[in-house]
Structures are given as C-alpha cells and as structure tokens.
Design a protein around this ligand. Structure first.
Ligand code: IMP
Length: 429
C-alpha cells in the first residue's frame, strides 16, 4: 500500500471533496502542501455538510492532519474554521492537527494589498479570492514573512516587522492607503499566538516517521494544475505550485512520497475568476451546465464560468503533474444533452496547436477545435457500475481517456460517497 496525492487537473473546483474524504478515511495522515484558505472543499458525510478551506479533509474523521510549510496560514481564518467545525461536533486538537512551524503567516496587511491591487487593476484584474494569498507568498520568497515559529518569540518580532513594514508601507502609500498600525499588528499576533502554537511542530519529522513505519499518507492538493504559478494560465493563476511535484518542498518529504497521483477531472470545464478559457460557453448550454452543476464558488460564492471538456488542457495537466489516473466527476451534469463536445486542439489563424501556448495573448486568442459526440438521455446519477451507465456515456469516458492519455481510476456520479464506479483503488495500485 503506497501513498496517494490528489490534485485538481483543471482550474480547481473539480469535486475533490468527496474523493479526498473517501481516501482520507483510509489514510493514516492527510497533508496539505500548498495554497491557503483560498481553497474550498465540501465534504458530505451522512446528513452533515462540512466546508473546509484551510484544514486538511482528514480532520473531520479524526485522521491526523498536517498543514505543511508550503501552505500560507491565516491564523485568524484558522481559528474561525476550527471553531466552526467544533460547533459541528468535530474534535480539533493538537492530537489531530499538526502545523509546520515554518508556515508563513497571512496577515491583515496581505488581505489589504490583495484588495488594493485588485481594485486598482480594472479590466486586468486576476479575480483573486482577496484572501491575501499572493501577497503572503511574495513576502515568503522576499524573505520578510512572519512565520508560525516566530509567534513563539514575540520579543524578537521588531526586526522582522521593520523589514515587513518598510516594504508594505511603501506599497500602501502608493495606493494612497494609511501606513501599518504596527502596535496593533503586534498585539493581534500576540493574541492569536496562544491559539496557534499548540498545533505547531516539526511536521517533516512526523512525515519521516510515517514513511519509516510504512504509514499511508494522503497529500491533498488545492486549486488545480491550470492555476499553478509555473504551469497554469499565467498571470491568471494562484501564487503557489499546485502540481503534484510540490508535495516534497511543501511538506518536507521526498518527491517519491507522492505515490499514486490522482487527478480530479470534471466531465466538463469550469473556472472562477478572470483569464483565458478556450471552451467557455456563454450561451444556454453554459447556463445549463452551471445550473445543473450548482457552479458557485465555495469560498467567494461567485458564479463559475462553464464550458465543454477541454482534453488538450487536461492532457497537459496530466503530463506536467505525472498523473497516474483520474477521477472523473459530475458526469451526471451532462445527462440530457443531445450532443456533447470535447476540445481536441486549438487554432490561431492557420496554426494548429495540440497544447495551450504559454503567452497570455495567444491563450486568449485560441479557438477550440471540437469533436462532437452523441449525448445520452438516460440518467447517470448514482451509477455504481459501468453496467448502470448509458452506452454513450461510457463512450464519452473512454474517449476522454484516449485523448488525455491517462486511465480513469474512478467515476463519481453524485455527491454521495457510494455513488462511485471504482476501476482501480489508488491506495492499492
Ligand atoms: P488567489 O489564489 O486568491 O490569489 O486567486 C488567484 C486565482 O485562483 C483566481 O482566479 C481565483 O479565482 C483562483 N482560485 C484560488 N483558489 C481557488 C479554488 O480553490 N478553486 C478555484 N479557483 C481558485
């Protein structure tokens, strides 16, 4: 039994929650390795619905859950999420939740900057979640972040704040914003330190021990490969590496720990925020996908843009992330379409591409080349075996496998955990 790494293979919101919950219930440890509380994972367990943004999904079932150093941590958001879960009867204690001491913190000044920039960007805005994710990562690589371990040394904060405030005050002044209230920031940090510190530990050691003992670890990715800062639709991306290759650097383990890389893939395509989206549908079909798929963002409530399945992008995601197999989700949303389309290439003028060109202007200009297939009228909702799927739906899945050059490991046919067609068990493969 090896480890499993779950990542989104599109622009996020692929329906990771259900699959991750199923895998988390069989893992010994669940690890987040990038992103922050910009993520939104919905877990449906029996009659209860849990919405997680920052906490690893294992937390709901009491599985040891790790927030790795590759995550940017908003300590106040953490407190709110922990308290909300506790209100739903979930135990969140230092026995279950382990936070890397080296996690950079998201501070209120990061949220400020995120919003100031977005508001000033007009049509060019990224459409971020405004949670300070990007500015916090900038301070990390700029070597001026305050990290979880610094909360244990409040007396030594001044030189760190000097570096941080000098940088941010210049930026804020440029936006006509007031300078940082340093005393208030210090007091806020001192206040939240007592909440965060009991969870802080050298998680790289826990991971090393888990490896030596042959424990099963689930690495839980957030967002999706097309939002990766290197491999995504730059600059309309998030500020972390969302590819599977990030697990090592983002948690303190070796790259070989990834195990089976499961890419979560929606049977059509959605995106929140700005940026290129070659197969976007701004017609009745797009509206229908949005309505049937309940395509509203978990974090911001924004309506998601919808379009046909883009095999070019998913093939690219599978390649850059080393995806072993995919979990295809929400196929039932396509039930009842007379025809369904799959994008198999792009065109700009006379030039045909079998990948998404890297330049933002080219990405905005590509025209999708479609392959059209007959749809199916019977329902796929709740199917648990291939035999329960209409023949045309099976053809659609098989064609996707062929085009993305990656096998389907499971097909999810409703938010309920058992409504799944299991082809190969990622933990057993
Ligand atoms: P940021 O991560 O808040 O900086 O936002 C950057 C881009 O990533 C925006 O287009 C967001 O809509 C998108 N994004 C961030 N997190 C998620 C997510 O969990 N699902 C889908 N899109 C996301």
């Amino acid at each position: 039994m090896g480890n499993v790494t779950v990542i989104g293979a599109q622009w996020g919101d692929e329906g990771k929650g259900k699959i991750v919950d199923w895998l988390a219930s069989r893992a010994d440890m669940v690890v987040r390795f990038q992103g922050g509380h910009n993520a939104g994972h919905t877990l449906v367990i029996g009659d209860n619905v849990y919405k997680l943004s920052l906490l690893p999904s294992g937390i709901v079932r009491g599985t040891p859950s790790v927030i790795g150093n590759g995550v940017v941590l908003d300590p106040w958001a953490l407190k709110a999420e922990v308290e909300k879960l506790q209100g739903q009867g979930v135990t969140v204690s230092p026995e279950q939740l382990w936070i890397a001491e080296t996690c950079p913190l998201i501070l209120p000044i990061h949220r400020d900057l995120d919003a100031l920039r977005e508001d000033a960007s007009g049509a060019g805005k990224i459409g971020t979640t405004r949670r300070g994710i990007g500015p916090a990562y900038e301070d990390k690589v700029g070597r001026r972040a305050i990290r979880v371990c610094d909360l244990a040394h409040l007396g030594d904060l001044d030189p760190l704040l000097d570096r941080l405030c000098a940088h941010h005050d210049h930026l804020r002044a440029g936006f006509g914003h007031e300078v940082i209230d340093r005393e208030r920031l210090k007091n806020d940090l001192a206040e939240i330190a007592d909440f965060v510190l009991p969870f802080a530990r050298p998680v790289w050691r826990d991971l090393d021990e888990a490896r030596r003992k042959g424990r099963r670890v689930l690495f839980e990715g957030a967002q999706g490969v097309l939002l990766d800062v290197d491999h995504g639709t730059y600059p309309f991306v998030t500020s972390s590496n969302t590819v599977a290759g990030q697990i090592g650097a983002g948690s303190g383990t070796g790259p070989g720990a990834a195990g089976f890389v499961l890419g979560i893939v929606k049977a059509y395509t959605t995106r929140v925020g700005s940026g290129p989206f070659p197969t976007e549908l701004e017609d009745a079909d797009g509206q229908r996908l949005g309505e049937r798929g309940h395509e509203f963002g978990t974090v911001t409530g924004r309506q998601r843009r919808c379009g046909w399945f883009d095999a070019v992008l998913v093939r690219q995601s599978a390649a850059v992330s080393g995806i072993t197999g995919i979990a295809l989700t929400k196929i039932d949303v396509l039930d009842g379409f007379d025809t369904v389309k799959i994008c198999t290439g792009y065109r700009i003028g006379d030039t045909v591409y079998d990948y998404l060109p890297p330049n933002a202007a080219d990405q905005a200009a590509v025209e999708p080349v479609y392959e059209e297939m007959e749809g199916w009228s019977d329902s796929t909702a709740g199917a648990r075996s291939w035999a329960e799927l209409p023949a045309q739906a099976i053809k659609y899945v098989r064609r996707i496998e062929e085009l993305i050059r990656c096998p389907v490991a499971l097909v999810s046919t409703s938010p309920q955990r058992d409504d799944t067609i299991l082809v190969s068990d990622p933990f057993a493969s």
